[in-house]
Design a protein around this ligand. Structure first.
Ligand SMILES: [Fe+2]
Length: 271
């Protein structure tokens, strides 16, 4: 009889856009309350680990990152397994402030990890003062070397910016500008199973050369898919669960929370 080994359960949260003031609103949505509601929903099924892929603060302040750490500390304390929280920066973040503030458990300030038996690497695709992203030569070398060192593990790559066009002109102009170089590295490592990102505030689930390409909704506001200009979607705050099987298979589910009363300003023309 064959026994299927249990998967590691990863919770993906992204684009939390917190402010120094817990009452801060992004296009009318209180981002702290939205994140708290997402975590209350998500942690009903405690994960083995959490990954947060950037735009964690809207204003880049130490206080915003302090709120994130304290909230995650509070909500994960009731989980049996006390899941670590891995993180990476987005264009709204200030990496030096993050590196100072996102260090206390459950925050795990490391550039890579083994989750279950998967190799997970966290990339920094931010460019100072730019909304679009780019992987530096150093990050591409680190990715290549990390994948080579962990060739016997299925690999998951996490970053903030979208490495492929999502069919919405304004978002495609602010994605990863050197995606070809990124995929060139991936193509050298057949054990890469998936790429996971934020930035586009919507769910995407596609594939390239057998590699699953996944974006997840924001924990606050969502962008309208396929829109040529900036426009908001009415969808509720959301998150993604990913189950990483030891044999390299992956299952995933996106969830939007029910009953959240904060409504985004759909007439907004930017953020
Ligand atoms: Fe964002």
């Amino acid at each position: 009889m064959t026994t299927l080994a249990a998967p590691a359960h990863l919770l993906h949260i992204t684009d939390t856009h917190l402010f120094a003031n817990r009452d801060g609103r992004l296009l009318n949505v209180n981002t702290y309350d939205a994140l708290a509601a997402v975590l209350a929903d998500a942690l009903q099924v405690p994960p083995d680990a959490i990954v947060a892929t950037g735009d964690l603060a809207q204003d880049g302040t130490a206080a915003a990152y302090g709120h994130l750490t304290t909230l995650l500390e509070t909500v994960t304390a009731v989980c049996d397994r006390f899941p670590p929280v891995y993180w990476l920066p987005g264009n709204h973040d200030v990496p030096p402030v993050m590196r100072t503030m996102l260090v206390r458990p459950p925050m795990r300030p490391v550039p890579e990890a083994i989750i279950g038996n998967w190799y997970v690497i966290l990339l920094d695709s931010t460019v100072p003062e730019e909304v679009s992203g780019r992987l530096s030569d150093e990050e591409l070398v680190r990715l290549d070397a990390g994948l080579a060192r962990h060739a016997d593990h299925p690999a998951l790559i996490c970053l903030h910016h979208n490495p492929l066009a999502v069919g919405a002109r304004w978002m495609d102009e602010i994605g990863l500008t050197n995606a070809a170089a990124f995929f060139e590295v991936l193509d050298r490592h057949p054990h890469v199973r998936a790429v996971l990102w934020g930035h586009v505030h919507q769910e995407i689930d596609t594939e390239r050369h057998g590699v699953r390409l996944l974006a997840s909704p924001s924990t606050c506001i969502q962008f309208k898919p396929k829109a040529s200009e900036f426009s908001l979607d009415q969808r509720a705050p959301g998150y993604r669960r990913v189950w990483l099987y030891p044999d390299g298979r992956l299952e995933t589910q996106v969830l939007y929370i029910q009953g959240f009363t904060g409504c985004a300003d759909v007439d907004a023309t930017g953020y």
